[in-house]
Design a binder for this molecule. Structure first.
Ligand SMILES: Cc1cc2nc3c(=O)[nH]c(=O)nc-3n(C[C@H](O)[C@H](O)[C@H](O)COP(=O)(O)O)c2cc1C
Length: 128
């Protein structure tokens, strides 16, 4: 899904995209948009992602007004991307795209297309 999101964003001329597993917290403020991919485990986001946001907050990294989105695969309840969006919006003051994009287990071609569209829409909104 992350690759499809990135490919969609790259279709918009002038957009620079990175796909990373981990960005040093301090460097997050250097991005116009942050799109977080997360699967759901035990009705929650993985601890690594939760801890990462804690570090972003502890280090006072300002994301206020930046663009945020969340996506991810799930099995039966799929809470994590929604929880991530709440944190991006309410804790960090980001402008988020709702609802989050979900894929049941592996993304099918239609979901990959929606992922690509998400990236493209966000890139277009930033270029304007
Ligand atoms: C231990 C475990 C707990 C899970 N808990 C949930 C859950 O609470 N809700 C849900 O929707 N999916 C749950 N899943 C399913 C995963 O979200 C799903 O398999 C997802 O595709 C995993 O993606 P990943 O392999 O990229 O991490 C769980 C899977 C495992 C192995």
């Amino acid at each position: 899904m992350a690759k499809a999101v990135a490919d969609g964003a790259k279709r918009v001329q002038g957009t620079e995209v990175e796909v990373n597993y981990h960005v040093p917290e301090e460097e997050l403020a250097g991005y116009d948009a942050v799109l977080v991919g997360t699967s759901t485990y035990h009705h929650d986001m993985p601890g690594t992602i939760k801890n990462y946001f804690e570090e972003v907050a502890v280090k006072n990294v300002s994301l206020n007004g930046r663009v945020g989105a969340a996506f991810g695969s799930y099995g039966w309840s799929g809470e994590a991307p929604k929880l991530v969006l709440e944190i991006l919006k309410n804790k960090f003051g980001m402008n988020v795209t709702e609802p989050p994009l979900l894929a049941k287990y592996a993304p099918d071609p239609a979901t990959l297309e929606k992922s690509s569209d998400l990236g493209k829409r966000i890139a277009e909104s930033l270029i304007r």
